[in-house]
Ligand binder design. Sequence first.
Ligand code: SAM
Length: 268
Amino acid sequence: MTRLPAVDTTIRDGQYRDPSNLGARIDLHRRFSTNGQGWFGWLGEQIDLANAIDVLELGCGEGGFWAANADIIPRAARLTLTDLSPGMLAAAKQRLQANLPGARFAVVDAQAIPFADASFDTVIANHMLYHVPDLHRALREIRRVLRPDGRLYAATNGERHMTELAELMRATRADAGAFTIDAAFSLEQGDSALDRHFARVERRDYVDSLEVTDPEAIVRYVRSTIGAGTLVEDQVERLRSIVTGTIAGEGAFRITKSTGLFIATGAT
Ligand SMILES: C[S@@+](CC[C@H](N)C(=O)[O-])C[C@H]1O[C@@H](n2cnc3c(N)ncnc32)[C@H](O)[C@@H]1O
C-alpha cells in the first residue's frame, strides 16, 4: 500500500485556513512595489497560456494569478485549480467561477495528485513548493501528471527576499523564522532539486523592491506571517517605532525583493 504523505496541518489549518494572512502580504506588495507591472502580470507573460490546453495549478491560493490574467486565458483551455486548504480553495472558487465557468476546483496535496499520468500539458506551482514537506515526492508527482513535452512553471523566492524584515524582527527580538526561506526550493537552489526530475530548467527573475511609506502595512504583514503567534505587543510597538523613524528620516522603509520563476521541461 502507498504510504500517505505527511500533511503540514499548521499550513492547512493555520496560516492558510483562509485568505486573510496571504491577503495582508499581497496588499503590501500591491501598494508599495517599485515595479509597476506587478508580479501576476509579469508571470502571465512568462507562462505560455496561448498553447496550453490542460492546465493544473497546485497551491492556487485565492486564485490571484487567474484574476489578474483573465483576459489572456484561451477559450480552449481546461483549467484545474487546486489547493491543500479547503478555505483557500473556497475563496478562489467564489472569486473566479463567474469568469472561469469551465474551471474545475479541487482540494489536492501536491504530494499525492489524484489525476492520471500524462493528463496535463502545463503545471503551475506559484510560491508553494517551499511549503511542501516532501519536495521530491511532489516533483515526482508533477512529472507523472505532465505529458512528456509538458512544462512546469514553479515560482519561488530568493534567499535575500524581504531580508530587511528579517533584520527588523531580529532587532525587536522576535522570531524571524518566517523570513528565512527553506533553501531546498529557493531561487538560488531550486534548480538542483528540479534537475533530478526534469531534463531542462530555466530560471527567470522578476526585478522589484518595496518602498513602504505606511508603517501599519508592515505591522499587518508581520502579523500575517507564520510565527506571528509568538509576537508580543512590546515587540510590535518597537517594530512600529523603528519603521516610523526610518520613514520619517529616509522617506520610505526600503525592502529587498528577490523572486522569480523556474520553467522545467523534459524528463530525466
Ligand atoms: C504563498 S501561498 C501562494 C498562493 C498562490 N499560488 C499565490 O501565489 O497567490 C501558498 C499556497 O500553497 C498552499 N499549499 C501549501 N502546501 C501545499 C501542498 N502540500 N499542496 C498543495 N497546496 C499547498 C497553501 O494552502 C497556500 O494557498
